[in-house]
Design a protein around this ligand. Structure first.
Ligand code: PLP
Length: 408
C-alpha cells in the first residue's frame, strides 16, 4: 500500500476527521462492527482468525454452501464457460446456465417466468423502482429487510410504514391509499430476517386482490427451508411478485424474481439494477441449479433442519427462566435470543466464541434500540451434539448486571 503523501489532500483531511468522530461515537456506544476472516469453507465447522469453532450464524440453512456436489457443478461449469459473463444479460452476458436456472426456478415456484439478479439487494431495488413511481403508494412492514426499505424509497412512491405483522393496519393503509389514487404495493418479508417470524402471506394476498394492489413478498429466508412456494402459496394464494435469494439456503449467490410473463418482460425493460449490471458468473448459476435439484430430490435436509430447530428450542426451554436472554417465539431456523443492551449482547457473543461457538450479536441499527440480540441460526448440517453444546455454553455464560456499561 502507498503511504499517504504529507501535504496531500488525503493526510488529515476534513473527511477523515469527520469519519473518525463518527467511528469514535460508534465505538463508545458498542455499535462498532468488524469483519472476521474465515479460512477455508463456510460450513458449520469453520476456522475464524485461526480458531476452529462451530458456527450458528450462517444463512446456509441446509449446508449446501459446502456440499461437494454443488461445488462440483460449479467447477464443471467454470471449466467449460470460464469465470465472467462479460456483459449485462441484455448485451452478451446471458448464458445457457442462466437460462436453465431460470427455467428450473420457475418450475419449482410454479410461476410462468423468473428473472435472475446478481443479489437480493439488486433485485429489490430494481424491482420496486421499476414497478412504482411518485404517484404510487407502498405499504411496508416496519421490520422489512433494508433492501426493501431502500428499494421502496428509491421508487419515489409514498412510503407507508405499518406496524409489524399487523394485517388490520395494512387494511387501513390500503383504504387511505385508495383515496389518494395511483398504484398500490404491499411489500413484506415472508420470514423476517431478525425475528424469524412469518408474515401472513395469504391474508395480505386477499387484501391486495380485494383492493387492486400488488403484493411483493421477499422469501429470502423461507426459500429452500420451507416447502416450495408452489405448495405454500397455491393458486390464488401466490403473491403477484415473489422474490427469493440464492445465497442463503441454496448456498450459492444471487437472487430472482418470479411472476407472470408480463412482469418479467417488464423488468427486462425497466429494472435498472438488472439492465445496467453484469450478469452473474454462469458457474454460480450452475451451482445454484445443482443445489435446487438436491433440495427437490432430498427432502430429508428440510426435515433434519426442522428437528434441529425443535431440539434447540426444547434445550433452551429446559434451562429455566433465570437467563440473561429471552428466546423469541419462532418456528424457523432464525432463533433470536433477546438480550437488550448492545454491550451485553456483544459480551455474550464473545463468551460463546471463547467456548468455541460463533453466534452473531445483532445491534442497532439492524434491530431497534434496546432489542440487541444473539441471532442463532440453525442448519440441517448441525449435529445434535453441536446443538447441545451450544445450549450448555449458553447456560454457562456470565453477564454483567444491566447498566454496567462497556464490557471488556
Ligand atoms: C439477505 C436478504 C436480502 C439480500 O440478498 P443478497 O442476495 O444477500 O443481497 C434481501 N432480502 C432479505 C429478506 C434478505 O434476508
Amino acid at each position: 500500500m502507498n503511504a499517504p503523501v504529507a501535504g496531500s489532500p488525503i493526510a488529515g483531511s476534513e473527511l477523515d476527521a469527520r469519519l473518525n468522530r463518527e467511528l469514535e461515537r460508534l465505538r463508545a456506544a458498542d455499535l462498532y462492527r468488524q469483519r472476521r476472516v474465515i479460512d477455508g469453507s463456510h460450513g458449520v465447522r469453520l476456522t475464524v482468525a485461526g480458531k476452529p469453532c462451530v458456527s450458528f450464524c450462517s444463512n446456509d440453512y441446509l449446508g449446501l454452501a459446502s456440499d461437494p456436489r454443488v461445488a462440483e457443478a460449479g467447477r464443471a461449469a467454470l471449466a467449460r464457460v470460464g469465470t465472467g459473463s462479460g456483459a449485462a444479460a441484455l448485451i452478451s452476458g446471458y448464458n445457457g446456465e442462466h437460462a436453465r436456472l431460470e427455467e428450473a426456478l420457475a418450475d419449482y415456484c410454479g410461476r410462468a417466468r423468473v428473472l435472475l439478479f446478481s443479489s437480493g439487494w439488486a433485485a429489490n431495488l430494481g424491482l420496486l423502482r421499476a414497478l412504482f413511481g411518485k404517484e404510487d403508494t407502498l405499504i411496508c412492514d416496519e421490520l422489512n429487510h433494508a433492501s426493501l426499505i431502500d428499494g421502496a424509497r428509491l421508487s419515489g412512491a409514498l412510503y407507508v410504514r405499518v406496524p409489524h405483522a399487523d394485517v388490520a393496519a395494512v387494511d387501513a393503509a390500503l383504504s387511505d391509499a385508495q383515496g389518494r389514487g395511483g398504484e398500490i404495493g404491499i411489500v413484506s418479508d415472508s420470514i423476517f430476517s431478525m425475528d424469524g417470524d412469518e408474515a401472513d402471506v395469504p391474508a395480505l394476498n386477499r387484501l391486495a386482490r380485494r383492493s387492486g394492489a400488488s403484493l411483493i413478498v421477499d422469501d429470502a429466508h423461507g426459500f429452500g427451508v420451507l416447502p416450495s412456494p408452489a405448495l405454500r402459496y397455491p393458486g390464488a394464494d401466490a403473491p403477484e411478485v415473489y422474490v427469493a435469494t440464492l445465497g442463503k439456503s441454496l448456498g450459492a449467490s444471487g437472487a430472482f424474481v418470479a411472476g407472470s410473463e408480463a412482469l418479467i418482460e417488464f423488468l427486462i425493460q425497466r429494472a435498472r439494477t438488472w439492465v445496467f449490471s453484469t450478469a452473474p458468473p454462469p458457474a454460480i448459476a450452475a451451482a445454484a441449479r445443482a443445489a435446487l435439484a438436491i433440495i427437490r430430490a432430498e427432502p430429508e435436509h428440510q426435515a433434519r433442519l426442522a428437528c434441529n430447530i425443535a431440539r434447540f428450542r426444547a434445550g433452551i426451554g429446559a434451562l429455566g427462566d433465570q437467563l440473561p436472554f429471552e428466546l423469541m417465539a419462532s418456528t424457523t431456523p432464525i432463533q433470536p435470543l433477546i438480550v437488550g443492551d448492545a454491550g451485553r449482547a456483544m459480551a455474550l457473543s464473545r463468551q460463546l466464541f471463547e467456548r468455541g461457538y460463533w453466534v452473531a450479536a445483532i445491534r442497532p441499527p439492524t434491530v431497534p434500540a434496546g432489542t440487541s440480540r444473539l441471532r442463532v441460526t440453525l442448519s440441517a448440517a448441525h449435529t445434535e451434539a453441536q446443538i447441545d453444546g451450544l445450549i450448555e455454553a449458553l447456560a454457562a455464560c456470565r453477564l454483567p448486571a444491566i447498566g454496567a456499561g462497556a464490557v471488556a
